[in-house]
Write a protein that binds this ligand. Sequence first.
Ligand code: SF4
Length: 398
Amino acid sequence: MLVYIHVPFCITRCAYCAFHSTPLGRGVNPSASPLVRDYTDTLLLELAHWGDRFGGEAVQSVFFGGGTPSLLPPRIVGIMLDQLAKYFTLAQKAEITLEANPETFRDKNNAVGYLAAGVNRLSIGIQSMDETMLRALGRGHRAKDSLHAAFVARKAGFSNIGVDMLWGLPGQGVRQWLQTLKDMLRMNPTHISTYGLTLEAGTSLELDCAEGRIVLPPERNQAIMFTEGAAFLEKHGYLHYEVSNFARMGFQCRHNLGYWKGADYLGVGPSASSTLRGRRWTNPAVQKDWNAKTRTGQLDADAELLTPTTRVLELLMLRLRTTRGLEVKAYQKFTGRDLLADHHKFIQALHENGLIHIRHGYLSLTRNGMLVSNAILSNFFEQLSSTSALPPVAPATD
Ligand code: SF4
């Protein structure tokens, strides 16, 4: 099982952000914030609640995501991990990731504290190394803060450091994107996630774009950013293992690999989702509603039962996002159906257009296919859902 812990606090709100988080404001000490204290108490209660229900279950990875988890002092992260270990069987080599923002990761003592608490992987949200882009995104840090955060982490003893980057930013050109990747390599990360910027409804960036104050790069340039960025990272020794993810050999994110393989996951904290034992539910996003439901043990009261068809469709979608792809034989085992025969025409058209590979029994997207992965997957979804081609068998997850 994977465990995701949502930390719903940030210092300020970035212009493009639609994640669930509450800005605490600059200069606020998270340890002294009643909101953070209340959150911590409820989170420990939620862990105890699930511990009573699913106690003893093996946990292979823990991911502190947000928000800005590095706003939590190491002592609190340690208390949460201890609570988890009290109720679940935390694997000896469990991957424990903490998302960090550069402006909150300056202090070596804190970095040492996170390591001592059990965190063994950092994911730093740097997004860009270009000051103009950072300003456009409304980020609270500068490029030098990112370099410093990686330096502090390494000095403290972290050896597994990932970074998150964004491309397709307002006014960004292909050359600027490649330059920012080059500058980022000075941090020598083990893992790099590169996401295309999406305009989320209700964000200030979306409004600026709608009212013409900013312009995103044309689609053609965005496509070049994706393909040339991927080629650049591969040239520098990073394995492209999922549409948006690259890693040094052996440093793929095990937590995300678990999601993509369809492993069960428990999400704790406001707005976190869980998929466990064939059921799925999402915690309330508003802290007081999450508190109330946690205290009455009602968090999964309205859980959705996942049908075998939903599980197969999701598995197909998740596997096709990985460069390894979907094993055709495994699909047959899950569903009793022959994917290549059932979708012969569609698959042939994708192949002729250079959008998929069929190699060694695996169906996978080419880099050009990844560019239009959403369209390919929704087409598969439509065909599979409408033909009721999938028999009601419960799929295995691996
Ligand atoms: S730091 Fe991350 S979660 Fe917080 S506002 Fe910015 S993008 Fe959103």
